[in-house]
Design a protein around this ligand. Sequence first.
Ligand SMILES: [Zn+2]
Length: 277
Amino acid sequence: MKILISADMEGATGVTWPADVLPGTPQWERCRALFTSDVNAAVLGFLDGGADEVLINEAHWTMRNLLLEELDERAQMLTGRHKSLSMVEGVQHGDVDGIAFVGYHTGAGTEGVLAHTYLANSITGVWLNGARASEGLLNAQVVAEYGVPVVLVTGDDLTCRDADGYAAGARKVAVKDHVSRYAAVCRTPARTAADIRAAAKEATALAVRYEPVAGGPFTVQLEFDAEHLAAAATVVPGVVRAGERRVAYTSGTMYEGIRTFKAVTTIVSAAVEEQYG
Ligand SMILES: [Zn+2]
C-alpha cells in the first residue's frame, strides 16, 4: 500500500506568521523543524498502520522546506517545483491508495491561520462551481479523478472544519486553534506528533482506491485584490472576465482545471507591483 503526503507549511505546528513560512528567514529555519516533525509523524503513523510506501510531495512555496535528514528512512520525498499536478503531484500514476493533506490551511478571504489560496495576498477568493474553495477542496477534486481518497488532514481547527466539507470520512488533527489570521493557540510538537501519528495509523485503513470520479465540468472563479490582475489573467486561453476584479474559466476535468489555475497564478504573481499590488 502506497500513501502520498501533500505537505504544506501554513498549517504546521507552531506556525502563525508570514515570516514563519517565508523561505530564508530565521523564523522559517526554526519552523522547518516543526513542519518536518508533523510530516514525519504522519509517515510513522502510516507505516504503523501497514503502509509499505510513503511518498512526501513538498507543496509549500518553492517546495524546498522539509529536512530530508530528519525523516524516517523508509519514506521518500519529492522536493522542488514545476510539477504537473503541483501540490498533489504523484497521485496520477495509478499506484497511490490514499493521500494525506498535512499542514493545510483555509482558503483566501475566509477565517483561518495564514488563510490564502495559492497566492498569499492577491487572490481574495476562489469558487469552484459556485462554492468557496480552499486548496484542500481543489486538490480533493483533483485526486478524486484518480480514485484516491483523502484519508488525513492536519492544520488549524478551521482547516479541519473545512475538510469536513470535502473529505468527510478523513481523519483530522487540529495542531492549533485559530485566534486570528496571525495568531493561534498552539500545541507543542511532542503533543501534535503523537496526535498525528495516531490519526495516520487509523487513517491507513481508509486508504482504499475507488473508481475514478469524472465530476466535470468545473467552473473556477477567482477574485483579485486589484483590477489589473484580472486583466492580466485573461491572457491564459479560456480565462474570461467575470467582473471588475474577477475572472472565470471552465474545464472538463480537474486535471485541466488545476493546471489552468497554476497558469493564472503564475501570470498574476508576475503582474503584482511591489507597492501598489
Ligand atoms: Zn497552501
